[in-house]
Design a protein around this ligand. Structure first.
Ligand SMILES: [Zn+2]
Length: 367
């Protein structure tokens, strides 16, 4: 780190490769094989499918919606990129394996040398974080973008937790505010089963960001301080089912977008609302998740508001299939797809500070 400035110091944005120009022949779907955490079986100690991101892409490839040639390859967020939201102190703490073990809830990590933790756990999370930031720019340019990973909504600038080590949602929004002219208001629609206390703490006093959050009121993190940041709070009871859930999601998504018209919607599409999820405690069906995603995309796209989706929590074996089905449904409904590229380029706000025209295609080969 060469600079000592405050994270919100109002200085010129740093050089970043995350705002590369992406050819229009690619879909704004961001992914990299490095998203997946595989590490001598240690990932199996966490109650989750640590390869779900690759499986989602595998299903999308099977259906011939995506290929290595038409997706966007995520780049790892650098320390300087991370400093846009994170304090130096927090990033230094991640150099202690015991702290990473606690944040990711994988206790055995505490016994590993930090270089291994960095390589096998934090690098995948930093690559997903880079993916969310990249998808933010793409959403503005194309009207929509999906990061197949990301959605680490329990992490704030100076605190991680609940498997979330980097505040990718905060970062994506701050990058847009700093670098894209005409983007000055963001709305976060957080529909993961858990309260999104990370971005809530980060934007607690920021009037530019409107937060709607729908979550199980009885589960982690129950962060009362962070709740003050929520402008539309929908607290659910144990075992909430499709009809009640979808009705509430539709009512409050429409209400939120009628109340404030943002320049971007960041949609945290956690699938731990699924019936049987060991952590979420809700009873939403696979069809309910597909319908939910459609409600959010329809509401944003109908109003011409760019939407950035991240996949967040939800790690049952069947989760990857449901996420893929939902993305395919969005395509079938005409809410996403190559055709959505047309006629949106000229009026879109122009990114500034884009320093690199690196080709991203070469990264694809490193499966
Ligand atoms: Zn969750």
């Amino acid at each position: 780190m060469s600079k000592e400035e405050d994270i919100d110091g109002g200085k010129r944005p740093h050089n970043t490769e995350l705002y590369v120009d992406v050819p229009r022949t690619r879909l704004p779907i961001v992914y990299h094989p490095a998203y997946n955490i595989t590490f001598m079986g240690i990932e199996k100690l966490h109650p989750f499918d640590a390869g779900k991101w690759g499986k989602v892409v595998g299903f999308l490839k099977e259906e011939q919606f995506v290929s290595d040639e038409n997706m966007v390859s995520a780049l790892e967020a650098t320390e300087e990129d991370l400093r846009v939201a994170h304090t130096k102190r927090y990033l230094s703490r991640l150099k202690w394996s015991v702290i990473v073990a606690s944040i990711t809830e994988i206790p055995p990590l505490m016994f590993l040398p930090n270089f291994l933790v960095q390589r096998r756990v934090l690098r995948p999370l930093r690559t997903q974080t880079g993916g969310t930031i990249m998808a933010g720019k793409l959403a503005i340019e194309r009207g929509w973008a999906i990061n197949i990973g990301g959605g680490f909504h329990h992490c704030s600038g100076d605190r991680g937790g609940g498997f979330c080590a980097y505040a990718d949602i905060t970062l994506a929004i701050k990058f847009l505010f700093e670098r894209v002219e005409g983007v000055s208001k963001a709305t976060i629609i957080d529909l993961d089963a858990h309260q999104g206390n990370g971005h809530e703490r980060d934007f607690l006093e920021d009037e530019r960001v409107f937060i709607m959050d729908v979550y199980n009121r009885y589960i982690y993190p129950r962060d009362g301080y962070a709740k003050q940041a929520i402008k539309r709070k929908v607290e659910l009871d144990w075992g909430t089912e499709d009809s009640e859930y979808l009705q509430k999601v539709e009512l409050h998504t429409e209400g939120t977008l009628n109340e404030v018209r943002p320049d971007i919607v960041v949609y945290n599409a956690g699938t731990d609302i699924l019936d049987g999820d060991p952590l979420g405690g809700l009873s939403i069906s696979p069809q309910g998740i597909v319908a939910r995603d459609e409600i959010v995309f329809r509401a944003a796209r109908r109003r011409g508001i760019p939407v950035l989706m991240v996949t967040s929590g939800g790690y049952q074996k069947k989760t990857a299939r449901i996420i893929a089905d939902s993305i395919l449904n969005l395509h079938r409904q005409g809410l996403i797809g190559p055709e959505a590229l047309e006629g949106e380029g000229s009026s879109a706000p122009q990114p500034i500070g884009s320093q690199s025209s690196l080709s991203v295609s070469s990264v694809h080969t490193s499966v």
